[in-house]
Design a protein around this ligand. Structure first.
Ligand code: IVH
Length: 678
């Protein structure tokens, strides 16, 4: 059936509008409408397309959620070969001098002629992708492959939200854009946190995560692993007036709506490149994604042409690496550490190795399951990864180098700090010391966490001092930190009066904080920095968070049943609430947020009802959900948050399971609706 003209027009308007919002959200980082509004438009488009499949355009945002699994990827012959760049492992900033000298020599520039301008950018650590836009519409995405022929990964690349499905402005007939698909550190950590919590295999590093996602045959699975993208160059183009410099090309790509990394500059001569190298080196740990170096490109495209290529590498570009984020070393011992929640973490003591810019002697093995899976043994040669300011980890074992007669590591049955039994619940990945606050290790870790940079940020309250404060029984709970005085502190080992007063000043300063920092500082199991932020944003106040039952907690994006249970258990402990009250009495405070969530707790959440519910009619359920700001949709999509399943639920339930959407029963729904703690 042909769609009426006005429906077709509406569909195209919706596509344009949705992509506009996508761009604001994912490229400009500046959301223009609430999620719920976006969902409404999205569902309207979905419904139109369901009714008139002929209207499904290649630039429809509905394609971003992934289609049918593929049997294999088809080969794609690149119109312009995808070359690589010469990579120099020189990690000194001054390495730029030899590149500049080489370029000047090749161009036969006489001594004393003006310096060359270079476009300096980051070397992203992901997977190179060619995006082909025809008349502005994304038609094909391909991997690099051998440079001549890659693989067609269009379906998976469409799931990358920051990649426009249609270019903005007046688009050329053909425009191929090259860039890197990668996984941000936050997305990587979040994904792995979830995998580990459910005892599943974690991704090795963000690079592998990106490559594995792009090369995933089932696009619905790919859609569950969020990737990002930065454009850094061109492939074929037809009907486009190319600017004169590389920097202007990138500006043009940004104007077309592509994500282009903000950390780039035009650097004058070797001096400019050296300054860029140093600036980025200092920034590297704080970047939200992995880089393995910087890339220098001759900025003027006419000069690039003049320089040309040697074999498969351009003479006009070079990559300069930073110290590697993964290195080999050997395991000297395996020990266990007791965390703030009693979690027993196996730790590898390593032969010192320089990795990610620092010398590393310890690396985490995460938990027993992961230790078993990797089967790390004393004497093994292992790959260690340290990226950003996260704890270094053992990524894998080089089995070929395993010494003969080595033994698998057995987890101890008793806590090394307090001697209490170590228990591991069947359904959990983590073994725990059962000593609770009796265990000095747990207490110390909880205090260190409380004081850490991303929590209350008490500078100077480090391991050595916390050890003494706990061992001397001066500090038992975080409240005691705010009772410390100069005299008491100055008597401690290695504590000069000056550092004692600095510490007191830092403690005092920490009294003024934010809600998300405070929630994170509490050290609730399974509540990391990202979740703490989500909770603060959703609930707006600590009271609302404490009052929320598990159903309500699960309404927070990314909070599933496990995290919700941890939070509810934490606040159900009277002494935890007491400590919070005492902290506030000691002057800890933060600006109160809005209480929107309290009034409309289901805002932005999309439900699908299926099957017969035991007591409620569908109408009744729908009305109650809507009264609290939620939406009830007719069909399941990747945008659905909850499927409420009753008896004889059919294909909707299957689809929810396939898409990994949370399925709840009527009781759980009632809990969300009521917010009464059971
Ligand atoms: S330019 C002809 N710029 O590093 C020059 N590459 O070979 C083409 N990469 O495969 C590459 N960041 O995947 C360029 N800012 C950047 C890059 C970059 C990462 C990757 C790319 C390429 C490899 C080097």
């Amino acid at each position: 059936m042909n769609a009426p003209v006005d429906v077709a027009a509406r569909a195209s308007q919706l596509r344009a509008e949705l992509e506009q919002h996508n761009h604001s959200y994912y490229v400009l980082d500046n959301p223009t409408i609430p999620d719920a509004e976006y969902d409404k438009l999205f569902q309207e488009l979905q419904q139109i397309e369901q009714e008139f499949p002929a209207l499904i355009a290649p630039d429809s945002p509905t394609l971003r959620v992934g289609g049918k699994p593929l049997p294999a990827f088809s080969p794609v012959r690149h119109a312009v070969p995808m070359l690589s760049i010469r990579t120099e492992t020189d990690t000194e900033p001054s390495g730029a001098r030899s590149f500049d000298a080489r370029v000047r020599r090749e161009l036969a520039l006489p001594e004393g002629s003006p310096e060359i301008d270079y476009a300096a950018e980051l070397k992203f650590d992901g997977l190179a992708i060619n995006l082909r836009y025809e008349n502005g519409v994304l038609r094909q995405a391909a991997t690099r492959g051998d440079g001549e022929t890659g693989e067609d990964v269009t379906q998976n690349v469409r799931t990358i939200r920051s990649i426009p499905l249609r270019l903005r402005g007046v688009a050329p007939e053909v425009l191929e854009i090259r860039g890197e698909a990668f996984m941000s550190r936050a997305d990587f950590d979040r994904y792995n946190e979830r995998q580990r919590a459910s005892g599943k295999a974690a991704l090795v590093n963000p690079r592998n995560g990106a490559a594995g996602t792009i090369r995933q045959l089932d696009p619905a699975l790919a859609a569950q692993r969020p990737l990002s993208f930065f454009a850094y160059g061109l492939g074929e183009f037809v009907g486009w007036h190319q600017p004169a410099t590389h920097a202007e090309v990138l500006d043009a790509l940004a104007a077309f709506g592509l994500p282009v990394c903000e950390y780039r500059t035009v650097a004058g001569g070797a001096g400019g490149l050296i300054a860029f190298h140093q600036r980025i080196r200092d920034l590297r740990d704080q970047l939200p994604f992995d880089i393995d170096g910087v890339v220098y490109k001759v900025n003027n495209l006419a000069l690039q042409n003049q320089l040309g290529f040697v074999t498969r590498e351009p003479r006009w570009a070079v990559a300069h690496k930073y110290p590697a984020q993964e290195m080999l070393t050997t395991v000297e011992a395996i020990e266990v550490q007791v965390g703030r929640t009693g979690a027993i973490t196996p730790v590898a003591r390593l032969a010192p190795v320089f990795v990610g810019g620092v010398t590393v002697t310890n690396a985490t093995l995460h938990n027993e399951d992961e230790l078993r899976r990797k089967d790390v043994r004393v004497g093994d040669t292992v790959v260690v990864r340290r990226a950003g300011d996260v704890i270094p980890e053992v990524v894998s074992v080089v089995l070929a180098k395993r010494p003969a007669g080595s033994l698998s590591f057995d987890m101890p049955g008793q806590c090394p700090a307090c001697g209490s039994a170590i228990e591991k619940p069947e359904d959990e990945a983590v073994a725990r010391c059962t000593g609770g606050l009796f265990c000095p290790a747990q207490r110390k870790q909880a205090l260190l966490h409380f004081a850490s940079r991303k929590a209350m940020d008490i500078e100077g309250l480090g391991e050595k001092i916390v050890d003494q404060l706990v061992d001397l029984a001066i500090v038992k709970t975080p409240v005691d930190i705010y009772k410390l005085g100069l005299l008491g502190l100055a008597t401690m080992e290695r504590m000069a009066e000056k550092s004692a007063s600095n510490l007191l000043a830092a403690i005092d300063k920490s009294r003024s904080t934010t809600l998300n920092r405070f929630i994170y500082a509490l050290g609730i199991r399974n509540v990391g920095e990202a979740t703490a932020k989500d909770l603060a944003r959703h609930f707006g106040s600590l009271e609302a968070l404490i009052a929320a039952n598990q159903g309500r907690l699960q309404l927070v994006p990314d909070v599933g049943p496990i995290v919700a249970a941890s939070i509810a258990h934490f606040f159900a402990e009277a002494h935890n609430v007491e400590v919070i009250e005492q902290l506030r009495a000691a002057g800890v405070h933060w600006p109160e947020g809005t209480h929107e969530a309290a009034a409309m707790p289901l805002a932005g959440r999309i439900f699908v009802l299926t099957g017969t519910l035991p007591t409620m009619s569908r109408e009744e359920a729908k009305e109650k959900i809507e009264r609290l700001g939620g939406k009830v949709a007719g069909s399941v999509s990747a945008k659905t948050h909850f499927v409420v399943a009753g008896a004889e639920a059919g294909s909707k339930l299957d689809k929810a399971t396939a898409l990994g959407i949370q399925v709840i029963n009527e009781t759980q729904l009632q809990e969300m609706l009521a917010n009464e703690k059971s």
